[in-house]
Design a protein around this ligand. Structure first.
Ligand code: ADP
Ligand code: MG
Length: 332
């Protein structure tokens, strides 16, 4: 393993929570209907993500751990973020900076496992697994001690992991999630059962999932949003001004089902509340913007938290206008 690979890996994986994000996104890409996450010591000692998705063929396990081998950034698919993965780097990065075991099984074939340590791949071996994929990451950053120094305390890292799982789960109501902390015995941190589709109201499953993640206050004090402009569709819920809080941690924005921390969207959210909310107060909100993947570029930041819209003014107008209309009854 070259030093450059280890350095590059730090761009994709900067802490346990970013590793968990990549692994859960992979499970979602694989069509999983249940995803079980376990960590030990804030994720530093162990991260395990188990899914019931499509699996990886034994012969393709080495490819899955190879840098760029699976990157979807070749040409037409560049802007397609319906699928989470787009660089083919997460597993290679983790294999470079930790001890990783990838165990997987494709339906109708035999299960197999491949281990890697500090970038060196072992041999593909037969393994017992019913279905799907299990990724185990032990001793994160053991191969890059300088990185270890940037990690915060065990509790803070564990909380960041829980945040990431919650945020990813918010947009995936039909996927069941669990998060367990194995540091002392076994503690169930989070359990979200798969929601059942409601044929009368397609938004109901999403609302129930958001409520399960954000608490009862969410849907009781929120107005539904629904707006559309030139192929961009905005849906979600926005908190009533009276319920606004002193911090912005309850604001969640998703683009094509993916949690983002996008300045434009968060700014538009603020602007939409402008004349109904005292400054320094932050409304609770869960906004889902869906558009043709070609209208948004997610290849802006390695952690993929920011996006770039082809027509930022249109998106801003859609969000501000959608919010104003939804909040109109709350206006003084
Ligand atoms: P990317 O997701 O950008 O393609 P990753 O390094 O995250 O890159 O994953 C590499 C490849 O390994 C994926 O493209 C996919 O083919 C396979 N893979 C990874 N995780 C899973 C999983 N949980 N289930 C099925 N296939 C997976
Ligand atoms: Mg990926």
């Amino acid at each position: 393993p070259r030093a450059i690979d280890r350095i590059a890996a730090g761009e994709v994986v900067e802490r346990p929570a970013s590793a968990v994000k990549e692994l859960v996104e992979n499970a979602l890409d694989a069509g999983a209907t249940r995803i079980d996450v376990a960590i030990r010591e804030g994720g530093r000692a162990l991260i395990r993500v188990e899914d019931d998705g499509c699996g990886i063929r034994a012969g393709e396990l080495p490819l899955a751990l190879a840098r760029h081998a699976t990157s979807k950034t070749d040409g037409a698919d560049l802007l397609d973020i319906r699928s989470f993965g787009f660089r083919g780097e997460a597993l290679a990065s983790l294999a470079a900076v930790a001890r990783l075991t990838l165990t997987s099984r494709v339906l109708g074939e035999d299960g197999a496992a491949l281990a890697a340590e500090g970038g060196r791949l072992g041999e593909v071996r037969p393994a017992a697994i019913t279905r799907g994929t299990v990724v185990e990451v032990r001793d994160l950053f053991f191969a890059t001690p300088a990185r270890l120094k940037f990690l915060r305390g065990e509790r803070a890292e564990a909380m960041a992991v829980a945040d990431v799982v919650r945020r990813l789960a918010m947009a995936e109501p039909f996927v069941a999630f669990t998060l367990r902390d194995l540091t002392e015995g076994e503690r169930l941190v989070l359990r979200l059962d798969a929601e059942v589709p409601d044929l009368q109201d397609p938004r109901e499953a999403l609302r129930r999932r958001l409520r399960a993640v954000l608490g009862r206050g969410f849907s009781e004090g929120a107005v539904p949003l629904d707006a559309e402009r030139e192929g961009h569709h905005l849906t979600g819920w926005a908190g009533l001004p009276a319920e606004a809080r002193g911090n912005a941690t309850a604001q969640h924005v998703f683009v094509n089902g993916r949690p983002v921390r996008d300045k434009l969207l968060l700014g538009a959210l603020r602007a939409g509340y402008m004349d109904v909310l005292a400054s320094g107060r932050h409304p609770m909100a869960a906004l889902f913007l869906d558009c043709d993947p070609r209208l948004v570029d997610v290849n802006v930041h390695p952690a993929k938290a920011e996006v770039r819209f082809r027509d930022p003014d249109l998106v801003r107008g859609l969000v501000v206008g959608g919010l104003r209309r939804a909040l109109a009854p709350a206006r003084p």
